[in-house]
Design a protein around this ligand. Structure first.
Ligand SMILES: [Zn+2]
Length: 393
């Protein structure tokens, strides 16, 4: 298949290195309820996993959960609750929401707090090779020493500094040698969880969590690494710098895949703006298949804006497809059925073009309604299963 690689900004032919594919997707920070933006990301990678499996590949899929990080700790403090209890509650509801959306669980679902002991040797290696330094119990990565730091983001220095500031990684931190440096280890602060380390008690930085979990579970070079488009910088650029510096192997990731953000009221959905549509609220109204149909109607890389009427319209179109699935599925495929099935598969093969695949499927459903041929209906159900719809075969 062809897959868009954020690193090259081009669609590339995806060349597996054997019969299996390794895939790491950044998971959630469990301090809030699953919103449509989360659902979109994990549904997109679910379809990618299903399609690669359909091509005969075995996908080893790892996803993390960032259960120790600034936003989670801040939220726990605000609520006056233990961060672990808050994380536990949101991890549970996240998993239920994704299960309802029929998203396959990754083979490995790992928590950052479980991986802390594995982060220490990687940080030590980076210090020993002078790629990182200790200052007052904090460990910082020397970003400027990594050739082409941030290249994937294609931002200038001012853009990178602004993005760092956005995630609370202050360029003005007096402990840094250089404003672009970022923390691998954060010295203990009052009231925060801490782990012992050779540099004193503290907790890991966000980026090293993902590098560690990816390296540990998938090896020094992984095939596909993904997440929301807002993770390109700094998170994924920092992961590249840390991982390649620690292992000496480049590239850390062969194909970078990013899912566009979902906006609402003209802005990116976010907790801080309060413009969120929760999966939990949408599922009882429309059903999981209709929500999936709506999400797959947009190209996964493009941002789009959520409107209630748009989802309702997609749910109406879904109802026609769903109704066409009911009836006998015996007999062979007709010429029309074959053309539309092949069209849907060709669309998926071209950088997972779900909107074109869904258009072919929709047309196929109309053919099935009109001609009532069982073989065509079987193909319709098979395609829906491939895209992860519950009604699919
Ligand atoms: Zn990550």
């Amino acid at each position: 298949m062809r897959l868009y690689n954020t690193m090259s900004r081009a669609k590339e032919v995806f060349e597996p290195r054997g019969d299996s594919v390794t895939m790491y997707v950044c998971g959630v920070t469990p301090y809030d309820t699953t919103h449509l933006g989360h659902a979109r990301t994990y549904v997109a990678f679910d379809v990618l996993q299903r399609y690669l499996t359909f091509l005969g590949l075995t996908v080893r899929y790892v996803q993390n959960v960032t259960d120790v990080d600034d936003p989670l700790l801040a939220r726990a403090k605000e609520l006056g609750t233990d961060y672990r209890a808050l994380a536990e509650q949101h991890i549970r509801s996240f998993l239920v929401d994704l299960e309802e959306l029929n998203v396959h669980r990754p083979a490995v679902y790992v928590r950052a707090t479980e991986a802390v002991p594995h982060m220490l040797p990687i940080i030590r290696t980076l210090i020993e090779s002078q790629m990182a330094y200790v200052n007052d119990g904090n460990v910082y990565f020397r970003a400027s020493r990594f050739p082409g730091f941030g290249a994937m983001a294609r931002l200038d220095r001012a853009g990178m500094l602004e993005a760092l500031r956005d995630i609370g990684e202050s360029p003005d931190d007096p402990g840094k040698e250089e404003p672009l440096d970022f923390r691998l280890w954060q010295a203990a602060r009052p009231g925060e969880p801490t782990w012992e380390s050779p540099w004193g008690p503290g907790r890991p930085g966000w980026h090293i969590e993902c590098s560690t979990m990816a390296l540990r579970h998938l090896g020094t070079q992984i095939d596909i690494h993904g997440g929301g488009a807002d993770l390109i910088f700094p998170h994924h650029c920092c992961e590249i710098a840390q991982s390649e510096s620690a292992t000496g192997r480049s590239p850390f990731v062969r194909y970078w895949a990013h899912v566009g953000l979902v906006a609402m009221d003209g802005e990116k959905m976010s907790k801080s703006r309060g413009n969120l549509a929760f999966v939990r609220d949408l599922l009882p109204i429309h059903g999981a298949d209709a929500v999936r149909h709506y999400l797959l109607g947009y190209p996964y890389r493009e941002p789009f804006e959520y409107f209630e009427w748009d989802l309702a319209a997609a749910a109406g179109r879904w109802e026609r497809i769903r109704a066409a699935c009911e009836g006998p599925t015996d007999g062979s495929l007709t010429g029309n059925g074959r053309r539309l099935r092949d069209g849907a598969l060709a669309a998926l093969d071209d950088d997972l073009s779900t909107p074109l695949a869904v258009a072919s499927i929709s047309e196929l459903s109309e053919v099935v309604r009109r001609d009532q041929m069982g073989g065509d209906r079987a193909a319709l159900r098979e395609l829906l299963g491939l895209l992860g719809f519950r009604i699919g075969a």
